[in-house]
Design a protein around this ligand. Structure first.
Ligand SMILES: *Cc1c(COP(=O)(O)O)cnc(C)c1O
Length: 404
């Protein structure tokens, strides 16, 4: 079968809810991917940060295989020898008191919403069904109907309603707007510390700290979705560590699964977590021993391979070099750690055009919205690999610049 045959088959038998680049992958190792024609590509997307430790990271792969030789999915009807070790490590790493394991990021966000609302009713005595959660404009928290209901992207929600009440949207990174939006019925402020899908949007310095102080002053929970920003992506283990000690609630996913298995978690203070009682919430696969073994190893790799420090150093290097490129196509470059957005002038090209051309040069990136090319390589990348990627980016921008 040829590339086009694989593409045609996927197009025939799958829902068209994605628009993949036209290549067919069959192998991955570290920062490299290979297609069915044995072309080699540098992965500059890392599955939206899920593969921050590199493809088939040998340690994480071994942890999975070792666990597969012991026990698979017994359900949470029983204790296992793995889950406590993972939970203890994750709580120690984040500074949070307790965790609730789920699988996908969406489920962990749903868990946070349940926790916040229950806290609102049982601790703040908000009237039944009146609890309100404040969220940021341009947010991305997943794809469930509750979550897309408070998205500001019409394409995420068109014809999927009716949606839940109980969410109020304020501009991202605006502390005054947060304070003004709080009412006696507000139970939480839920936000990403840096917006990933929104286009790598970095809030003003000091905002996170201010937001936390406002939440504390008005007695509402400060909950951070670090599904994409966590696990070293921004140059710290978690993005909140740039400004604060810890939030009241923390949502993790993506890289927590080491790129090979869905592992997510909601973490919080003990008094909040204790609002969940047996029967109140759950997940058949959540916290199974395979997930726990992988999650634990992903944390050990993050720590022992100094992924956050590499992200900070190499991210700064990549951003500085990108800023030296003077192309009429680029309107802005911004980033934090190895997480960089390059804005493309929509009059001159689409971000998709650039991604397709970079693909032909062996560099895999994905646009977010029409105008932003996102660079987010595995944190295991080296400076030499980044220099090579920069050559390809320069080539494509030059080539497109000349034909304007
Ligand atoms: C990816 C992502 C989610 C959703 O995670 P899934 O595993 O796709 O359900 C939620 N929040 C943020 C910030 C994300 O980047």
């Amino acid at each position: 079968m040829k590339t086009q045959d694989y593409i045609d088959r996927e197009n025939k038998y799958l829902a068209h809810n994605y628009h993949p680049l036209p290549l067919v992958l069959k192998k991955g190792e570290g920062i490299w991917l290979r297609d069915i024609n044995d072309n080699k590509y540098l992965d500059f997307l890392s599955a939206y940060s899920a593969v921050s430790a590199g493809h088939l990271n040998p340690r994480i792969k071994k942890a999975m295989i070792d666990q597969l030789n012991l026990l698979d999915v017994p359900s949470r009807a029983f204790y296992t020898d793995k889950l406590g070790a993972f939970a203890e490590k994750l709580c120690t790493l984040t500074g949070m008191d307790a965790m609730l394991p789920m699988n996908t990021g969406t489920e962990a966000v749903e868990t946070a919403i349940k926790a916040a609302r229950r806290w609102g009713y049982e601790v703040k005595n908000i009237a039944q069904d009146k609890a309100e959660i404040i969220v940021s404009k341009g947010n991305f928290h997943g794809r469930s109907t509750t979550i897309v209901g408070f998205s500001s992207d019409p394409e995420y929600k068109r014809d999927f309603g009716p949606f839940d009440d109980g969410f109020k949207t304020i501009p991202f990174g605006d502390a005054d707007a947060l304070e003004k939006a709080i009412t006696p019925e507000t139970c939480a402020f839920l936000t990403e510390p840096v917006q990933g899908e929104g286009g790598i949007i970095i809030p003003p310095e000091g905002w996170l700290k201010q937001a936390q102080e406002i939440c504390k002053k008005h007695n509402i929970l400060f909950i951070l979705d670090e599904i994409q920003s966590g696990m070293g992506r921004t140059g710290k283990n978690f993005a909140f560590q740039h400004e604060i000690d810890k939030p009241d609630g923390l949502i993790l996913g993506k890289a927590l699964g080491g790129g090979i298995y869905p592992v997510s978690a909601f973490l919080s203070r003990k008094d909040v977590m204790d609002l969940f009682q047996p029967g109140s919430h759950g997940s058949t696969f959540g916290g199974n021993p395979i997930a726990a073994a992988i999650g634990l190893e992903a944390i050990l790799v993050l720590e022992e391979d100094n992924l956050a420090r590499k992200s900070a150093e190499l991210g700064q290097y990549l951003k500085d070099r990108l800023k030296e490129i003077h192309s009429p196509l680029i309107t802005d470059i911004r980033g934090i750690g190895l997480w960089i957005g390059m804005d493309i002038d929509p009059e001159k090209a689409t971000a998709r055009d650039i991604c397709e051309r970079l693909q032909h040069k062996g560099l895999l990136c994905k646009e977010t919205h029409e105008t932003v090319v996102r660079f987010a390589p595995p944190l295991t990348i080296t400076k030499e690999n980044i220099d090579w990627a920069l050559e390809q980016i320069r080539f494509v921008l030059d080539e497109m610049g000349h034909t304007l």
